[in-house]
Every structure is written in C-alpha cells, then in structure tokens.
Design a protein around this ligand. Structure first.
Ligand code: ADP
Ligand code: MG
Length: 277
C-alpha cells in the first residue's frame, strides 16, 4: 500500500512571483489510429503554463482523442495506437518508467457530461481521487481540502451546509463544479476539459467560465469547446483542428486568441470562427 503525500498548496496571493504548480504541456508530432483509421496526423502544440488553451474545430476532427492522449486516458479505452510525445514540463509522460497513474494525477480531466458519483456524498466526491491515488490525508487536512477545492470551483457557498448530501442531488451545473473540485483535490498541474459546458444552461456556463479564469494561475487549462464566444472569452490561445474529408485531423492554425478571431491567417480558420461551417 503506497503512501503519497499531498503536494504543498500553491501558496497565497500576489505580490511576488506566483508559486504555482502549473506546468507547460507540449504535444510533439502526435499521430493516432483506431485500427487502420488514422485520426490525427503529426499534431504538435505547446500549451503554456498558467494559460488557457482552447481546442476548436468541427465534430470528428480528433479533439477528444487528442485530449485523452494528453493524459494517457486513451489507454483506458484501449483501442487507439499512438506515435509522438507528450511532455509535461519537459518530461515525456509516455517514457518507460513513468507511470500512468502519475500522468493521470498530474493531468486531470473534466468531461462534457458531469460525472460525480451520484450516491456518494458531496464531501466524499471531492476526496474520491485521493483514495484512488493512494494519497493519505488526516481528518483536518481533508476538511480543509474539501473547502478549498469547492471554493475554487465556485461551489462552496451553495453546499457548505449540506456536504453529506449525495452528489447526484445537485443541479447539472453544480455537479460539473463538483467534478472540477474533485479533479483539483489531487493538485493537478494541468486540467483538461472536454466541452465542459455543452450540457449546461447559460448561467451555469458563465459560472464555469469564471472558475476557469480564476484557476488558470495555478493550473494549466486545455479546453475543447464548440462555443466560439466561450473560446474567445476564456482562452489565451487557440488551436483550430480540422479533418478534411477522409484525411486525419491536423491543426490548421494556432496562435493567440485575438489573432485567431480577429486576424486569422488561414481562410478555413476564418470560415470556422465566423460560423461559415
Ligand atoms: P472530436 O472530439 O473532434 O469530435 P473524436 O476525437 O471524438 O473527435 O473522433 C475523431 C475520430 O476518431 C472520428 O472519426 C471518430 O469516429 C473516431 N473515433 C473516436 N473514438 C473512437 C473509438 N473509440 N473507436 C473508433 N473510432 C473512434
Ligand atoms: Mg469530442
């Protein structure tokens, strides 16, 4: 039974250099196949620390596959094969000797459909990743962690007096914020979000966008979204994925969000961000 100590809390607020655990994530020449079907072709992208990177592009161009490859999640679904490298702060998460569980702890993921454990209490939901990762924490530490993570996820005030209620009793937007809190509890360095607001109403969406803005100092964020206003609001940079008929997904263009929306260099980017396909 392995005991891992919680990494230190990224200490408080400015002034001074931000003591953040946020790390850069770099994909190098990622290609992926489902059987014979090649779905990504030599995709390279740097996702800098303390920044929000948005992945945009039509359905089926490989965004979710790419996201799963970024934390070895695709190994769970088993079917994809892969070439290329993923560097977390310069270290390849696929190196022999680097463990899959370490990659998943350092690089968290939030999905389109909120997936708290419905029968488990709100409190235990937040801490669920600790047990799975063999992280031990005392009672006081756990209480503090639950409050801290729910606060960061913008949910604390709504649930502080009912932490023992089941996660499944919350609204959809609250469940998604609970999932964000749960992913933060193991102190990831990167948070991957696959269309985190697609199943939510506009008010819940705005609250999660606000949370993303607040979190970006301490955790690198990569978000897939089909909502161009959302990409423009939350991201510092954007990558436009496209799979033109029968060809695997590639990044057509990437760059600062202002450029991608205001002055895209590729006509296909311009068409996409302006809703022309
Ligand atoms: P996006 O998230 O951009 O919509 P996906 O990464 O889900 O794209 O899918 C990219 C391509 O990979 C699609 O052609 C899709 O049909 C295929 N694909 C995705 N998941 C699987 C899977 N588990 N098995 C086989 N093909 C898959
Ligand atoms: Mg997808």
């Amino acid at each position: 039974d392995e005991t891992v100590k919680l990494p230190p809390v990224p200490a408080g607020s400015p002034p001074g250099p931000a003591p953040s655990r946020s790390a850069s994530l770099e994909a190098r020449d990622i290609s992926a196949w489902f059987g014979d079907h090649k779905v990504l072709d030599r995709v390279s992208l740097t996702m800098p620390a303390q920044r929000v990177t948005a992945l945009i592009g039509p359905s089926g161009c490989g965004k979710s596959t790419f996201l799963r490859i970024l934390n070895r999640m695709h190994e769970l679904i088993g079917t994809a094969s892969l070439a290329g490298q993923v560097l977390l702060d310069g270290q390849d998460i696929y190196d022999r000797g680097r463990r899959i569980t370490q990659a998943r702890r350092e690089i968290g993921m939030v999905f389109q459909k909120p997936n708290p454990f419905p029968a488990m209490s709100i409190y235990d939901n937040v801490l669920a990743g600790l047990k799975m990762n063999g992280i031990k924490a005392g009672r006081a530490e756990r209480d503090d962690l639950v409050e801290e993570c729910l606060t960061k996820a913008g949910l604390w005030r709504e649930v502080a007096d009912r932490l023992r209620q089941p996660g499944g009793a919350l609204s959809g937007g609250q469940q998604q914020r609970l999932c964000i809190a749960r992913s933060l509890a193991v102190r990831p360095r990167v948070l991957l979000m696959d269309e985190p607001c697609s199943a939510l109403d506009p008010t819940s969406t705005r609250r999660i966008e606000q949370t993303i803005g607040e979190l970006s100092d301490e955790v690198t964020i990569v978000i897939v979204t089909h909502n161009m206003q959302q990409a423009a609001r939350v991201s510092h940079s954007c990558a436009f994925f496209l799979a033109e008929q029968g060809t695997p997904g590639v990044i057509v263009e990437h760059g600062p969000t202002e450029t991608m929306f205001g002055n895209p260099q590729d006509e296909r980017t311009s068409d996409y961000v302006n809703g022309r396909f």
